[in-house]
Design a protein around this ligand. Structure first.
Ligand SMILES: C[S@@+](CC[C@H](N)C(=O)[O-])C[C@H]1O[C@@H](n2cnc3c(N)ncnc32)[C@H](O)[C@@H]1O
Length: 221
């Protein structure tokens, strides 16, 4: 199936509210599981979540590693306001800094030993934006765990995924899911992007609709 891009930012109030009300726990815990498997040694003390949206993964990260400060980055002002409310409600405001940056602008962001991102890549006008930013934010040897949807082979497969995972969701979320699956990259495309960026990450399909790219970044920025 041909890829078709979707708008870069998700910052319409209705869309943000629907996203905040959705339950992404299964998918997001997959990322955390993968991260826990790969992280070795003392727990990380700081990390960055790129394209944090409503901050759900940043909060899961902060809970998984109680000594870890998370810098949660997003370009959307409405999205960040929603994230701030949810993070305050969860009592995690002192552990998570919300920062508005439109990548590739990374002005003032720290170098960290752990970088995560979920469902950002397929929103970017150029996927190399994410792959080029990662090493610039990494301490030498930093672990990167990047997850996103993978594009189905055909419309029939896409509609089956919408039925399986979003049948009970409001139409606005169903349409977002459909558009995201259409805009997502395949594992082969991600592998080619990683080669182009000369990043030592490996990409694997997980479950019926995601890929995870992970590995150690060799250079700082
Ligand atoms: C589909 S949401 C994913 C949110 C979150 N990571 C999650 O998994 O729930 C993608 C997010 O990326 C943000 N985004 C898109 N392009 C961006 C850019 N160039 N810089 C920073 N954030 C961006 C959007 O505003 C949106 O909040």
């Amino acid at each position: 199936m041909e890829r078709s891009a979707e708008p870069e930012l998700m910052d319409e109030p209705q869309q943000v509210a629907a996203y905040a009300a959705a339950d992404f726990s299964l998918a997001h815990e997959q990322l955390l599981f993968h991260l826990r498997t790969l992280w070795q040694g003392p727990a990380p003390t700081c990390s960055i979540d790129l394209g944090t949206g409503t901050g759900d993964i940043a909060m899961r990260l902060a809970r998984a590693y109680p000594g870890c400060h998370v810098t949660a980055v997003d370009a959307g002002a409405v999205m960040l306001r929603q994230a701030a409310q949810l993070i305050a409600l969860a009592g995690l405001a002192e552990r998570i800094s919300l920062v508005q940056r439109h990548l590739p602008d990374i002005t003032g962001l720290p170098h960290v030993p752990l970088l995560v991102s979920n469902s950002l890549l397929h929103h970017l006008p150029d996927p190399m934006i994410l792959w080029r930013v990662l090493p610039r934010l990494a301490c030498p040897g930093a672990l990167a765990v990047i997850m996103d949807l993978r594009r189905p082979r055909c419309m029939e497969e896409l509609e089956q995924l919408v039925l399986r995972h979003a049948a009970a969701d409001p139409p606005i979320l169903q349409n977002d899911f459909r558009a995201s699956l259409h805009a997502a990259y395949t594992c082969d495309e991600v592998a080619a992007q990683l080669r182009e960026a000369a990043l030592p990450l490996t990409v694997d399909a997980i479950g019926d609709r995601h890929w995870i790219a992970s590995g150690r970044l060799q250079r700082g920025g």
